[in-house]
Design a protein around this ligand. Structure first.
Ligand SMILES: [Cu+2]
Length: 89
């Protein structure tokens, strides 16, 4: 499960990429312990086609991702689980 976050601060009107409305979520990931974890997650999620932006905060153990097709929420969650950083609700 994930925490839904409608409007991240860096994404003020949910419209980027020439006006295409993208999806975004903030994932709460307890296994994050430091900036290297955030870096690893950014690298892994960034390889998924459609992922546009990833922001991570080690202190709060949160990763916020903006994406569009062909990426899906299910793909992001599956990847996080696969790399041992599962998101929790
Ligand atoms: Cu770490």
């Amino acid at each position: 499960m994930v925490t839904f976050n409608l409007v991240p601060f860096w994404f003020p009107n949910s419209e980027v990429n020439g006006g295409i409305i993208m999806e975004s979520r903030t994932f709460s990931i307890p296994n994050i312990s430091c900036g290297h974890c955030v870096m690893s997650i950014k690298n892994e999620l960034g390889e998924i086609e459609g992922v546009a932006q990833i922001e991570g905060v080690p202190e709060t153990k949160e990763i916020t991702v903006a994406w569009d097709a062909p990426a899906t929420l299910e793909m992001l969650e599956a990847k996080l689980t696969e790399i041992n950083y599962p998101a929790v609700g």
